[in-house]
Write a protein that binds this ligand. Sequence first.
Ligand code: ASP
Length: 452
Amino acid sequence: MTENLKGYKGKGKELLEKNKINIWDIIQIKTGEGDYEGIVLPRTEYSAPDYIEIKLENNYNIGINASDIKEIKKIGKKEAHYKIPEKTFPKSKNLPNIILLGTGGTVASRLDYTTGAVIPSFTPGELFSAVPELADICNLETEIVFEILSENMRPEYWQQLAQKVEKAVNSGKDGVVIGHGTDTMGFTAAALSFMLRDLSIPVVLVGSQRSSDRPSSDAALNLINATTVATSGIAEVVVCMLGSSAHDYGLIHRGTLVRKMHSSVRNTFRTIDDIPLGIIREGKIKIFKKDYRKRDKSETKAQTNFEKKIALIYSYPGMNNEIIEFYIDKGYKGIAIAGTGLGHVSTEVYNSIERAIQEGITILMTVQTLHGFTGMNVYSTGRELLNMGVIPGRNLLPETGYVKLGWVLGQTSEPSQIKKLLLENIAGEFIEREIPIAFNYNIDQLLKDKKL
Ligand code: ASP
C-alpha cells in the first residue's frame, strides 16, 4: 500500500493510509472551503509534503492540504494506462540525426488521458505517437539525462549536459534538443553557452508552459519548432519557445540573453536588450540577426570547469553588511549583484564589499532593471564601487552574470585574467548598444511594418 502512494509524504500520506485510499481511487473530500470529488494522482518525489493531489471532473488538478480536510472517503477507482502506443520511429537516410536530451519539467511529461496523471516520458516511439510530425523533420534518438523540475538544476548538471552535447556533436549528430523545465531554462541556456563556445551544431532548449492534457498545451508545437531549429545552420545554444499566445510561431532566443518573463503565459520567453535571433513559423526559419555562429564540421570541446562557491544577490533597501559578510565568512569566491538602477547598492554595504574584494572575492554588478546597462560612472556612489574593484557587468542579465562569474572563476583564479574574461564578450552576452526597438518589442507589429 505505502509503496503505491508514489510521491506522498507527511500528513497527506498518513491520511490516505488511514483511510485505505490509494492512487487512482476516486474520492470525495470535505474541507472548510468546499467539497471536492476527483481521482487521487501520483506525485513526483519533489512534491511538497502534506498535500493530496486530485484530478477534478473538469480536468484541473488541485492539491489539498491534509490539515484542511474534514472528511475523506473512497467512492470508486479509475485505472491508469501508463503507456501510450509506442510506434517505431521511422528512419530516413535523407533526414538529419537529432538527439533529444530529456532533463524533466512539464515538457518531459505526457499525460494519461483517463486519469490526468503526468507521467515522465519518452522513448522516440512514444514521441512519434504523440507528435508524428517529428518524423518528417529528423531521425530522432532520445535520452533521459535527468527527471527533475528545473528549480532543482545545479551546476553539476549543467556540466553533465555540456558533456553529453560534446559527445553528441563528436559522434556525428546534426543537432541537439534539450527538453527542460521553463523556470530555470535561462540559467541552463547561459551555462551551456559559456561551456560550449566552439559549437558546430545547434543546441536548442525547449519546454512547455502547459502540460499535454490541456487543449492549450504548447508542448507539441514547441517540440516541432525546436527540432526544426536543431536541423538549421545556427550553431549556438538557443531557446525556442512560442512567441505569441496564438499557436502560430516560435521565437529563437540566444542563450545568454533570454529570460522567462511571465509565470504562466505560453509566450513567456523574451530576448532582453535585443530582438530575438529569429522566428520559426510553419517549419520556416527567418533570421533577424546576421551575426550568429554558423554550422560547420569542426569538433566541439566542452569547457565545463565551474566555480560553485558563488552567489547571486539582489540589492534592496534595508540590505546590510551582514549579507555580504556571510558569504565572505563562508569562503565564497564570487558574488554577482543584481544592483538597483544603473548598478548600485546601499552605502550601508560598502564596508563589506570593500572587505570582500580585499579578501579576493570577485564582485560583478548587473542591473535588476533587466533592460539597459550598468552606468557606474554616472553617480559618485557608482564610481566609489568601481574604485573598490567592483566589475561592471554592462547589459548582463543577473542570472547570466551569475553563470558567467562561475564559469570565469572555473577557468582562472588570477585577478587580472578574471577581470579580463568578465569584460570580454564570450558567448554573445554583451550587446554593443541597445537598439531602440529592443525594449518592449512587438514581433507581430515589427513584421507587419517590415522592420524585421
Ligand atoms: N517548474 C517546472 C520546471 O521548471 C515548470 C516547467 O516545466 O515549465 O521544471
